[in-house]
Design a protein around this ligand. Structure first.
Ligand SMILES: Cc1ncc(C[n+]2csc(CCOP(=O)(O)OP(=O)(O)O)c2C)c(N)n1
Ligand SMILES: [Mg+2]
Length: 625
């Protein structure tokens, strides 16, 4: 057998450089590079291997330096989202805190069903000098390390305690990363001594491998059952989720909606699958859904869910589908999602599934009255949007006005990124996405701190898009440091930083739940009240962004914001547009509910009143059986 003597880390680098994904005849590098922050554990293992690869060019695996390990996972995940899960990065971290910093990113990846390869460094396999720096000694057993925490958030986990274990583990890792059903965070924990240990590797381990990403074909009998149910519908509704976009099913979905007249609502991950101004696009559905989508959902007799996991925001915590006789057809590549809500499951790739349904329903469409109803609801929704965009609110603008201006100034291919705060809700109602990549809102894990780091990955995935990170002051304060990475990599990203001195989102939620916005404002602690309700803090986030190397523009009004955005578009460097918005909204009108429990007993009037409202609203929650 032909072998080559390499360390485990050198072997892993060479292996990763030879992995490709393929779908629809298009091949691309599955792992085009490695993010890393070095410390003991990886500096001389993976670090040496990456250096050797760069110097000798034995393996093409570029290295990128992040500023926080969580940030590099977010960047990789954003890259994968832009690439429809066909490519992602590996992330190497040092032992202990460097590695556990990646756990939040791992959970985000797995929740969103987006691939990322994590390479936390682990304790010595030999345990010769235990406990080493950054080692948590576990009294339960010598083989437990902090990296076991990754098991809970990874779709595949292995610890490489001997070099040759890498062979089956690396192959399994690629299998999971490229499987649309299984994909998520994949973790290979690498003890620091094993990374540096040499082994005679069979050279076939390093051959070029192409991982074919399948399009599972729908079962004919399942198509027939689904079509039979859809034919009974008088008021059907499509809910398009992320699977629609990842499968590249936009054209098929549009054609299907036009042929059948079924209106299409979207989830955060599915927005952009149909352009916002398509005659059958009714906008976001659920807790923060649009008027049109939620009205149609209330009446719908058959719901066709496509590539959706039906999170509580999509179902408005099981209240948005109000028809007592509603039934579901779920087209999903994952059986987990296909059977949700006692649906008629159609387990298949979204694009192939839609095409099969279209073929089975060529002679069927909704009646004219329903098409008219959809049109009327869309017209009313447009009026609501325009009211939000042109409130003339003052002295500080309402966030919805800023989003209105942003809709106007950005071109169709611009990608807006967001994850947490009040913006996801506003965007779901108000964002006018035309391109399937235009709406990059991570609303499965809704992780504060995703935004800036994701901007790095999204821009790397496709520099031809203008990438616009929308970030609240809270999210910015959690993780802005990847601005430095943007600057060092020469990535031009626009960051719209909305300063409202606190949590508009959780503040409004708290108030509606009777908790009086407690702990949701960034304020001085007041001497008299003892609470955080003193004056506004002398915090200058624009100066902070500037100190990290970004260019900064200030906007105090919506008009100034428009012109700052024009300048930012023309810029070639990372540019932060700092704009202040009113912490108190006004938000877009709510058309849906979200189940957040209120204290059943309380000494506070506000909580008691909120509990009464909560108990009443809870009545409309149901199982779909
Ligand atoms: C990591 C993390 N911690 C806490 C939360 C809960 N949370 C959701 S939104 C929010 C406040 C966001 O503040 P900001 O970014 O300023 O946005 P705003 O609500 O003001 O629009 C918090 C604390 C979260 N989503 N993620
Ligand atoms: Mg805020």
């Amino acid at each position: 057998m032909n072998t080559v003597r390499l360390t485990t880390a050198q072997a892993l680098v060479r292996f990763l450089a030879n992995q490709y994904s393929e779908r629809d005849g298009q091949e691309q590098r599955l792992i085009p590079g490695v993010w890393g922050i070095f410390g003991h554990g990886n500096v001389a293992g993976i670090g040496q291997a990456l250096l050797q690869a760069a110097v000798t060019q034995e393996a093409d695996l570029p290295y990128y330096l992040a500023r926080n390990e969580q940030g590099m996972v977010h960047a990789s995940v954003a890259y994968a989202k832009m690439r429809d899960r066909l490519a992602t990065f590996a992330c190497t971290a040092s032992t202990g805190p460097g590695s556990t910093n990646m756990i939040t990113g791992a959970a985000l990846a797995t929740t969103n069903r987006l691939p990322v390869l994590l390479l936390p460094s682990d304790m010595f396999a030999t345990r010769a000098a235990d406990p080493v720096l950054q080692q948590l000694e576990d009294t339960r057993g010598g083989d437990v390390t902090v990296n076991d925490a990754f098991r809970a958030v990874s779709k595949y986990f292995d610890r490489i305690s001997r070099p040759e274990q890498l062979i089956p583990a690396a192959l399994a890792a690629m299998r999971v990363l490229t499987d649309p059903v299984e994909t998520g965070a994949v973790t290979l924990a690498l003890p620091q001594d094993v990374q540096a240990e040499a082994y005679d590797w069979p050279i076939d381990f390093f051959r070029r491998r192409v991982w074919h990403v399948g399009r599972p074909v729908p079962e004919p009998a399942a198509v027939e059952r689904a079509a039979r149910l859809l034919r009974t519908a008088r008021k059907p509704l499509i809910v398009a989720g992320g699977g629609t976009v990842y499968s590249g099913a936009e054209t098929a979905l549009r054609a299907f909606a036009e042929a059948t007249g079924i209106p299409v609502a979207d989830t955060h991950a599915g927005k952009g699958a149909v352009p916002w101004d398509h005659p059958y696009a009714v906008g976001g559905i659920g807790s923060t859904g649009s008027y049109a989508a939620n009205e149609l959902a209330r009446e719908a007799d058959v719901v066709l869910g496509i590539g959706t996991r039906y999170s509580d925001f999509t179902t408005a915590s099981h209240t948005v589908f109000g028809n007592p006789d509603v039934t579901f057809v779920n087209l999903n590549v994952a059986r987990l999602d296909a059977v949700k809500h006692s649906a008629e499951p159609l387990v298949a790739d979204a694009r192939l599934g839609i095409q099969a349904l279209a073929g089975a329903l060529t002679d069927w469409e909704v009646d004219q009255a329903y098409r008219d109803r959809t049109r009327q609801l869309i017209a009313r929704t447009r009026q609501i949007e325009e009211e939000c965009f042109h409130r003339g609110h003052g002295p500080l603008p309402a966030q919805t006005e800023i989003l209105g201006a942003l809709n106007d100034v950005l071109d169709d291919r611009a990608v807006v990124i967001n994850a947490a705060g009040s913006m996801p809700g506003d965007l779901q109602q108000l964002w006018r996405a035309r391109d399937p990549k235009a709406y990059h809102v991570e609303y499965a894990y809704s992780c504060m701190g995703y935004e800036v780091a994701a901007g790095v990955g999204a821009k790397m995935a496709d520099p031809s898009h203008e990438v616009v990170v929308l970030v609240g002051d809270g999210s910015y304060l959690m993780m802005a440091q990847e601005i430095v990475t943007m600057v060092s990599e020469g990535l031009k990203v626009i960051i719209v930083l909305v300063q409202n001195h606190g949590f508009a989102s959780i503040g409004a939620l708290s108030e509606s739940l009777g908790s009086q916005r407690f702990g949701t404002k960034y304020r001085y602690r007041d001497r008299d009240s003892g609470q955080l309700d003193g004056g506004i803090l002398p915090v200058d986030l624009a100066a902070n962004a500037s100190s990290l190397g970004a260019d900064v523009l200030h906007a105090a009004t919506v008009e100034e914001f428009r012109s700052a955005m024009e300048k930012a578009k023309a810029a070639t460097r990372t540019t932060v547009v700092h704009v202040e918005a009113d912490l108190y909204g006004p938000n877009p009108p709510g058309h849906g509910w979200w189940d957040v429990p209120v204290s059943e007993t309380s000494a506070l009037d506000s909580t008691r009143t909120a509990y009464e409202t909560y108990a009443a609203q809870k009545q409309s929650q149901r199982h779909y059986l």
